[in-house]
Design a protein around this ligand. Sequence first.
Ligand code: SF4
Ligand code: SF4
Length: 532
Amino acid sequence: MNFPQNRAFEWVSQNLQPFVLGVLVLLATARFLYVLWPKWRIFRQVPGEDRFKYPLKRLGHTFRIAFLQAKMFKEAKAGWMHALIFWGFLIFLLRAAWFFFIGFFPAVELDGGGLETLYFFFKDSFIVLVTLAAIYALYRRTVERPERLTLSLEGIVILVLILAIMMSDALFDAGWQARNPQASMSGAWLGSLIAPMLSVFEVTAIIHLHNMAYWMHVICTLYFMTLLPGSKHFHIVTSIPNVFFSNGFEGGNQLHRIDFENEELENYGVSKIEEFSWKKLLDLHTCTECGRCDVACPALASGKPLSPKQLTVDLRDHLNNETPHLLDNDPQRSDGPLLLGGIINDETIWSCTTCGACEEECPVMIEYVNKVVDLRRGLVLMENRYPAEFANAFKSLETQSNPWGFGSNTRADWAQELDIKTWDKNNPTEYLYFVGCNGSFDDRGKKIATAVVHSLKSAGVAFSILGNDEGCTGDPARRAGNEYLFDMLASKNAELFKEKSVMKIVTHCPHCFNSLKNEYAEFGVELDVIHH
Ligand code: SF4
Ligand code: SF4
């Protein structure tokens, strides 16, 4: 027999089936769009961000992270569990389409030949794998209850729906096979295996089971769909695009210059949720609340009031609460809680070390550092609010180009006895050794800088330093949200690099490395930066 002949018309007749199914699909789609539409409108309303560059790299990255689930296997059991459910989801998308197709076109027969047999073999194998994975997921959520997970009834409902979809799929094939024992179901091995067990029932019961399996499958699928946009399981829809639009394949944190010359710009950084770009809002909707970021976060581990997961959840909930007001331009919106100092405490924002460990762990490539810096920019540039100890650092950076206030004319003192060339643009060396503030002023840093100099000399590397002309990259100011100060320092350095024709740099510390390599291109210099 051909599988397309597998139809159940006893509960709903062949003529009526497309209409009944049509009403159900219409209701589910209407509900899905009703919840999705406001989110989509907000996306179109908020600031843009170019995340379309390097489409091929993005596709490769998406294939590795999303489709191969590359980040999931750091925890083997949870990784396999999630990967099997995800791969099964992809396989069952086609099966769901087939269930709806036979409902809408009950008389049409399709014959996929060998491919169909192959598909049914995989499909049945994945019914078993996904069922085992979903049972394990239920066990984890109800018995193991790992601390990092947010446990919710909704998560249980989704798992039960997945199990129902798997069971009804197998039962639908088995019911048909039991009703037609002479038919061969090549590929659909699970249905064939279960069919003989159904012979304990009377024929009418088997017919009911067969019909029930069909309607259970389509109703559970549609209900599953309606739950997605209003819950954390929206990540099922958003995670693949979120990975595609992420910049995990590039270095840096996607921190961009603010155009301070632009008089039309009214806000710097983010003080209201709608000032985040669409990509950052997509991040918020994509969080699975798995808590992997929390496990990796050094701030949380050291008792600071920062849980990256909670930060994302709080921002997402605030976004959802504000969405109707934003769409209506509701003037009463100002009565709601403020984002800075209300929804998110200042202390939480200042607790982040901007290390990026959370981003490294996040399986759906949610970015944190750029959001934290956006919020800090809002605090520093718009509200002039920052920890007291920052005031001296900002002043020192501005006047002496280092955060500790050492005289800028003493920057090269550490190198006096070391016989190092100072960069000469008429006779440049291959490399500039960019010592940075740590290597220039910190006692331990100076020892490291001295050791680097000895190593470079021993290796025969031709290098010079900028001496007292060197200035802070501005990284501490940028990470602290003082983008104006960063812009000033980076512009000055970039001009110096251009004037002195510096192209290859060896950096002393990871902060200078990241800043010069990933953040100076916007200042008009393309540098070849390597770490010592
Ligand atoms: S970037 Fe911030 S939130 Fe993320 S792990 Fe580091 S300290 Fe925690
Ligand atoms: S941000 Fe990423 S790692 Fe953290 S809870 Fe959300 S999905 Fe998990």
